[in-house]
Design a protein around this ligand. Structure first.
Ligand code: SAH
Ligand code: SF4
Length: 380
């Protein structure tokens, strides 16, 4: 059964203020309401003791604070927590909480499935089902934050200090829902995160990188995965539309407004595909002064590939990853290798499979596609 009432999780503070006005209330009531929802995790209007009873009754008649049903929750030995949320019609999305000494990061999904169809990504292999709404994006954060506070008995202290839009989906292909969700994350009356602590990860949707730069320049991570178009085209099919020269120019433009003075390039290490010394050197050239956009201040984050059977790809060896990193570091680029977390609960990047009804038949398309599109770059 679908719920016809307005979901208040769909609103940023501005939209909630407009909503209160439409109910004949003063706009500032929205601040109180917003704080109850996002800072205190309230679901029930009766809890909201500083709102007039008449307003509470009015809200109860036309609005809800509608979380996503939790299908499952897994807690890893290393403290990583993964939730699977039901988004209806047989679709599910995942969120992952990664605790570290100095921060707590939540990895959030933006779509059920993904239309980009990257070769090495299990979400991409499932095809695209639909965009999540603002409320569905925020419901992941709302649930995780308040469930963790309760579990860790933090006395109202915030648990999630960072959000990365690195779950399922391409956030910049769901821009309309993404931006209000980011606003709530940043709002002092919402989650109060700084722009440096909210990261949008993109496979390179250039026009929307340009819009995000104008609208709400949070930290940006760009999934690069290859140093040239010939290799990037088959790995990240969106590259055919926005090739590397355009992507790097957009990165450079973004930096003019970004909260950090570098772009993070993610690079998934695929055995024999993109992990050779010559690719590392080509990357240095790509982001260096003689590259297509001139020097692009950046850091590299090498992600060991998380294999899944349908991909037909293998993870690079640790030695290979280290040798690749060394070349980048010696070329003057700060490079980190992503630790795999939550291995025992399949919570790593690219394994956030959830379950989506493939409306695009991506899996079939991918099995039919010629395997040779991925060039071997090292002699066998
Ligand atoms: N669509 C966005 C954000 C979600 S994917 C993007 O592509 O950037 C988040 C990160 O996980 C991306 O860098 C992506 O390349 C990486 N990733 C996807 N599948 C992976 C896999 N199987 N192993 C390792 N990293 C993977
Ligand atoms: Fe989509 Fe990102 Fe996966 Fe590519 S890596 S298919 S853009 S979720």
């Amino acid at each position: 059964m679908t719920d016809a009432t307005t979901n208040l999780l769909d609103f940023d503070l501005e939209a909630l203020s407009a909503y209160c006005e439409r109910l004949g209330e003063k706009r500032f009531r929205a601040v109180q309401l917003f704080r109850w929802i996002h800072q205190r995790g309230a679901r029930d209007f009766d809890q909201m003791s500083d709102l007039a009873k008449s307003l509470r009754a009015k809200l109860a008649g036309c609005a809800t604070i509608r979380p996503l049903p939790v299908i499952s929750e897994h807690i890893s030995a290393d403290g990583t927590v993964k939730w699977l949320f039901d988004v209806g019609a047989g679709n599910a999305v995942e969120s992952v909480f990664i605790p570290e000494d100095d921060r707590g990061t939540l990895c959030v999904s933006s779509q059920a499935g993904c239309a980009v169809g990257c070769r090495f990504c299990s979400t991409g292999h499932q095809g695209f089902s639909r965009n999540l709404s603002t409320g569905e994006i925020l419901a992941q954060l709302w649930h995780a934050e308040h469930a963790l506070r309760e579990r860790l008995k933090t006395n109202g202290e915030r648990v999630i200090t960072n959000v990365v839009m690195m779950g399922m989906g391409e956030p910049l292909q769901n821009y309309g829902a993404l931006v209000p969700a980011l606003r709530v994350m940043l709002d002092d009356h919402g989650y109060g995160l700084s722009r440096r602590r909210v990261t949008v990860s993109t496979s390179g949707v250039v026009p929307f990188m340009e819009r995000l730069r104008e609208d709400l320049p949070v930290a940006l991570a760009v999934s690069l995965h290859a140093p040239d178009d010939a290799l990037r085209d088959p790995l990240v099919p969106l590259n055919r539309k926005y090739p590397l020269a355009e992507l790097l120019a957009a990165c450079k433009g973004y930096l003019e407004r970004a909260p950090r003075d570098f772009i993070t390039f993610e690079y998934c290490m695929l055995d024999g595909v993109n992990d050779g010394d010559e690719q590392a050197r080509a990357l240095l050239a790509l982001v260096g002064p003689k590259g297509p956009a001139g020097r692009v201040p950046c850091k590299f984050n090498l992600i060991p590939f998380n294999p899944f059977p349908a991909s037909g790809l293998k993870r690079s060896s640790n030695e290979r990853v280290q040798a690749f990193a060394k070349i980048l570091i010696e070329g003057g680029i700060v490079t980190t290798v992503r630790k795999t977390r939550g291995d025992d609960i399949d919570a790593a990047c690219g394994q956030l499979a959830g379950e989506v009804q493939d409306r695009t038949r991506a899996a079939e398309r991918m099995t039919r596609a010629p395997v040779q599109v991925i060039r071997p770059v090292r002699p066998a």
